[in-house]
Design a protein around this ligand. Structure first.
Ligand code: TXA
Ligand code: MG
Length: 325
């Protein structure tokens, strides 16, 4: 089986109708979101959710984010404290996931939440939001990649990884944010960051006047159980904070400053010549895949500032560089 690919710029209505039909049959559909491509299925249908886990090879103890069309739909499935509500009003639709107490009566199946009494919720933008509205039910959607691999930011990435396991891939072009959503949980009025992502922690602090509590290190993030240390793994090794290039390495760099030994590089990828972190985030996963595809022995990456979207970029790079099991 090879997935059908429908480009929404060519057949928007057809894409919506076909996606709804596949979802109603209980099968996952790969869809564009503003962060990364998602593998979406009916969050109330256990057979459909099981197919997500099987397609990705994902451990079942790792819960899925449930995507909603609007705040009213979200409120049928979760309870909002005042700080979470403020965050929802400020950042939705957009790249922020809130971990909230689950309202089981809403109908989200326990396979989607891995049996937890909380649920991760987000309101995406664009085609994904239209699809949820048309389908009428929340969509559970992890990133549309084999578990442990780099998340897809284009329909081509999805098709190369999972194309022969899927019925349908919706092509919405390059994902504009390029890294996954920021995940936070509010407890006793305090905001804890479980995963840095497309909304910078500083933006959350500005919107709420509260300090965001960062995880103490990569291990702490395992509370968002998907965040195992080695994740986003390319085949090549990854060397961080590189100030030079060694023979056989591909180089991923930020900014226009020359890097010593660049003449040895198998290939050079510029995340953002001007040093813009949003542009760098949008290019990150595609360049990691392309650098890997050169067959380089290692991928050297120059230092990335640890503020704004740099926090999410450094988190993903640390996982890409982590020792493999
Ligand atoms: O941008 C994104 O968030 C993308 C797009 C498709 O929306 N989705 C995504 O999903 O990155 P995924 O499955 O790759 O990552 C979801 C993360 C996992 O680390 C999971 O453990 C965590 O969210 N998560 C989901 N529900 C949770 C819950 N109730 N409590 C704690 N962590 C949760
Ligand atoms: Mg993922």
């Amino acid at each position: 089986m090879a997935a059908d690919i429908i480009d929404i710029t060519k057949d928007h209505e057809g894409a919506l109708q076909r996606a709804c039909a596949v979802l109603a049959d209980g099968f996952p559909v790969a869809i564009p979101t503003e962060t990364v491509y998602g593998l979406a299925a009916d969050a109330t249908n256990p057979a459909a959710i099981t197919r997500i886990y099987e397609t990705k090879g994902r451990p079942r103890f790792n819960p899925l984010i449930c995507h909603m069309a609007d705040l009213a739909m979200a409120e049928r499935h979760a309870t909002f404290d005042p700080v979470s509500r403020k965050l929802a009003e400020t950042f939705w639709p957009g790249p922020l996931t809130l971990i909230l107490p689950l309202k089981a009566e809403g109908g989200i199946h326990s396979l989607a939440t891995a049996g937890l009494d909380t649920v991760g919720i987000r309101l995406p933008k664009g085609f994904a939001a239209e699809l949820i509205r048309a389908f009428g039910k929340p969509l559970a959607a992890p990133s549309a990649n084999t578990s442990g691999r780099i998340s897809p930011t284009s329909a081509r990435h999805v098709a190369e990884d999972l194309g022969d396991k899927l019925k349908l891939v919706i092509d919405g072009g390059a994902a504009p944010v390029g890294v996954e959503s920021t995940i936070v949980r509010v407890e006793d009025g305090a905001i804890r960051l479980l995963r840095p992502g497309g909304v910078a922690a500083e933006e959350i602090e500005e919107a709420t006047g509260l300090t965001v509590i960062r995880p103490e290190g990569p291990a702490a993030i395992i509370e968002a159980p998907g965040m195992l240390a080695s994740h986003y793994a390319p085949n090549a090794g990854v060397r961080l904070n590189a100030d030079h290039v060694e023979p056989g390495e591909a180089l991923i760099r930020l900014g226009s400053r020359p890097v010593q030994g660049s003449e040895h590089a198998v290939a050079i990828f510029d995340l953002s010549p001007s040093g813009d972190l949003a542009q760098a985030a949008a290019n990150l996963f595609d360049y990691l895949k392309r650098a890997d595809a050169t067959g380089a022995v290692r991928i050297a990456v120059t230092p990335i500032p640890d503020h704004g979207l740099g926090e999410a970029i450094n988190d993903r790079l640390a996982r890409a560089a982590a020792p493999r099991e």
